[in-house]
Structure formats: structure tokens, C-alpha cells
Design a protein around this ligand. Structure first.
Ligand code: SF4
Length: 271
């Protein structure tokens, strides 16, 4: 497929993933990238976009799609293997019944997602080591990032979002987020355009975390008044003024301490 065959949206998303890869050194020569595919729109888009970007980089790298079948009731076992095979992807499926563990450990009225994700992440790390993967790609996008920023600030008293690239504390794994510059709206439109075989994310019966729902509706309300809100919030993450924060550990390290400077220097990253 040449560039001319790609839709404008496809090209835009390829540019965003390429940009993220350059800005954060996500893809490097010789990488074997384990691409975590749940079957949702974001992970499908990530796999498709990474394939396209990997064809454009001036070095060799390989991708392997990995799905963890967590034993959720009604999980369509053939959907992803059929898709991967039809489209020529290298892939693995790992079956681990974390659903039973989560059902047993988490009280009825609580969301399963936190424990479920931690168990899945552990499985991904083990698989990455066994498969000799150099990177693990996760499908979080721009909107996940800004929601996490607000969740941390409002409910955990901490300033931090999601890193585009993270080396685990033990130094054994590198997690990358190639979709960090892609908005959820773009990915939703792309999934429709590409007609991915989406696996619904509610098979487990879990409700989305209430606080995240509240953050989403807050952002929706603010966006209705000012469509730039999400883009501006995201831009603020790459326009940080440590001297205007109150953390003594970073304040000491900031050579540019000037309390008279304006706090906001907005640089919008094309969103
Ligand atoms: S929605 Fe279900 S499968 Fe997805 S992370 Fe939450 S508990 Fe796990």
C-alpha cells in the first residue's frame, strides 16, 4: 500500500505516531515490539498504525501482536486470530483466567479494572521476556493521558500523567505508548473507517471507574464551551514550569527560577 492509498485520517495518524516515535525514541533499530491487542478500537488502531510506521522507518524492526484471553464470559476466541492471520500479522494468544481471580477478590460494587489491568500487565511482562521483545506497546492515547493527569491531581494529590516511554523499575522492560499524540475521536473514526473486528470491552461486566467517568464528563462540558480545552491540557504537559510548582525536589533542580515570569506559555501540538 502506498501513501496515496491511505485516507487523510490514516495519514494524519501515521504522522502523529511517527512524531511520537521521534520525540520519545519509541522505535529503535532492531526492536522487537510486543503490541498488546485487547481487541478494542485503540489497540487495533495501534497495531495497524505501527505496521505502517515500521514500513517507513529507515531501520529494521519487528512487531508481534499479543492478546491475553483473560477468560471473560463470551470472549470470541477466533476473532483476533482470524484477523491477525487474514492480515499477515505475527501474533500470540495467551490464555490466563484472570477473570475468576478478579471476581473472587474484588467486592461486587467495585470496579474490576485496577486488579484486572495489573494482572494483565504482569502477563505481558512475562510474555515479553519469553519472546525476547525489546518494547511493549500499549494503546493509551491523548485523552487517556489528560484524564489521568486530572485524576491524579484531583483524587490522588499528585501531578503526573502517562509517560510515552517508561522503563520499569527493575530495568527489564520498556513500555511505549505510540498513540500518545492521537485523540480518541480520531481513533474512533479510524476504527470505523478500517472496520476492525472490535471485541466489546464490557464482557467482564465491570463498570468504568466512576471518577474517570466524572473526569470525562467534566472535559466534555468544558469542551462544549471551548473546543481547545483537551488540546491545551495536553499541550501543558510539554510546557512545564517547575519553578512555578511547589515540589522542593524539582524546584532546586530548575536553573530557570524566575517567579516574575508568566505561568502560561502555551504551545499547542496540532490538536
Ligand atoms: S473493562 Fe473488564 S477486561 Fe477491561 S480492564 Fe476492566 S475489568 Fe479488565
Amino acid at each position: 500500500m502506498t501513501d496515496r492509498d491511505l485516507s487523510p485520517l490514516f495519514k494524519r495518524l501515521v504522522r502523529r505516531v511517527s512524531r511520537a516515535s521521534i520525540d520519545f525514541e519509541l522505535l529503535e533499530p532492531g526492536d522487537r515490539v510486543l503490541v498488546a491487542v485487547s481487541g478494542g478500537k485503540d489497540s487495533h488502531a495501534m497495531l495497524r498504525l505501527l505496521r505502517e510506521v515500521s514500513r517507513r522507518v529507515p531501520f529494521e524492526l519487528s512487531l508481534v501482536a499479543l492478546n491475553v484471553d483473560q477468560g471473560q464470559p463470551g470472549f470470541p476466541k477466533r476473532t483476533l486470530p482470524d484477523y491477525f492471520e487474514a492480515n499477515g500479522y505475527d501474533y500470540r494468544i495467551i490464555e490466563e483466567d484472570t477473570y475468576s481471580i478478579v471476581k473472587e477478590k474484588v467486592p461486587e460494587n467495585k470496579t474490576y479494572c485496577s486488579l484486572c489491568s495489573r494482572l494483565r500487565r504482569g502477563i505481558l511482562y512475562t510474555a515479553a521476556a519469553e519472546m525476547g521483545a525489546t518494547k511493549i506497546a500499549l494503546g493509551h492515547h491523548r485523552d487517556d493521558t489528560i484524564e489521568t493527569l486530572l485524576l491524579n491531581a484531583l483524587y490522588a494529590g499528585r501531578l503526573g500523567a502517562m509517560p510515552a516511554k517508561l522503563v520499569t523499575d527493575d530495568g527489564r522492560h520498556t513500555v511505549i505508548r505510540p498513540l500518545i499524540y492521537c485523540s480518541e475521536a480520531e481513533l474512533t473514526a479510524f476504527a470505523q473507517e478500517q472496520d476492525f473486528p472490535i471485541i466489546p470491552c464490557d464482557l467482564c461486566g465491570s463498570q468504568e471507574n466512576l471518577q474517570r467517568q466524572q473526569i470525562k464528563s467534566l472535559l466534555d462540558r468544558l469542551t462544549a464551551e471551548n473546543p481547545k480545552v483537551r488540546g491545551n491540557l495536553f499541550a501543558s504537559l510539554s510546557n512545564v514550569r517547575p519553578s512555578h510548582l511547589l515540589d522542593p525536589s524539582i524546584r532546586k533542580e530548575d536553573p530557570d527560577v524566575n517567579d516574575e515570569e508568566p505561568v502560561v506559555r502555551l504551545r499547542v501540538l496540532g490538536h
